[in-house]
Design a binder for this molecule. Sequence first.
Ligand SMILES: Nc1ncnc2c1ncn2[C@@H]1O[C@H](COP(=O)(O)OP(=O)(O)O)[C@@H](O)[C@H]1O
Ligand SMILES: [Mg+2]
Length: 260
Amino acid sequence: MNVLSDAFVSSPVLDVQGLSKVFTGSSEQTPVLSGLNFQAWPGEFICITGQSGCGKSTLLKLLAGFIPPTAGRILFKGKSITGPGPDRCVVFQEDALFPWLTVAENIGFGLKGKALSAAEKQSRVNRFLDLVGLTEFKDYLPGEISGGMKQRVALARILVLSPEVLLMDEPFAALDARTREQMQNLLLSLWEQLKQTIIFVTHDVREAVTLSDRTMVMGRITGEAIITPIHLVPIPLERPRIQSSREFMELAAQINSPNK
Ligand SMILES: Nc1ncnc2c1ncn2[C@@H]1O[C@H](COP(=O)(O)OP(=O)(O)O)[C@@H](O)[C@H]1O
Ligand SMILES: [Mg+2]
């Protein structure tokens, strides 16, 4: 899929225009984002990286509509975002599964309020149990499965809602290296089948180059700087990507020092 060339015949899913965020405390103001502009295209996989405290989670919360911008706006398919919506769902690192519900019940939980027949809900839950490889574990409780499996449940219970945009804040950061790699492969395969737009925050540059179509490198606002410095680096590598390849390492190096 060549997302960037498709971009010319479609309109952006997310259009971030002059976005600024200042947190106002009792005695101080913390400017976090300033004058940020970018677009995400249908089906695009964007990773956001940058040092701790540069505002990655803040940007994700703004995209989710959990917090309002101080200035600027974010358009979702041409309409200004004014709050959370079912079209933009968030997956966090800290999975908050309901401990008293089974894997299948956790995945089906968000469908409760939807105007679907019981049979349709059940078939959706079964489809996503299968997609994340947990059919055999459907009757287990979260306390009885591994961390990687919990994260698969967390992913499935969001994907079952068919959001157009998936917002992910360091979702695999707490997993061991092997489980993390399995989750990356699973996410890529789900994305190839379901074709959502994904905005994925990670501080791991190799994860960003493994996953994304483009990686956004955010800089920290310092002193009087008024524009949040960002670089959007296209990752034009075929998937699956080989971390030891020269092209991979060159892109990772470029992201690590974007000014060179
Ligand atoms: N609710 C808040 N009130 C005040 N400051 C905040 C709030 N949330 C985040 N910040 C500050 O904004 C900056 C960016 O935070 P964050 O978006 O969490 O960064 P990142 O996710 O890149 O590590 C930090 O300096 C943080 O202390
Ligand atoms: Mg963060």
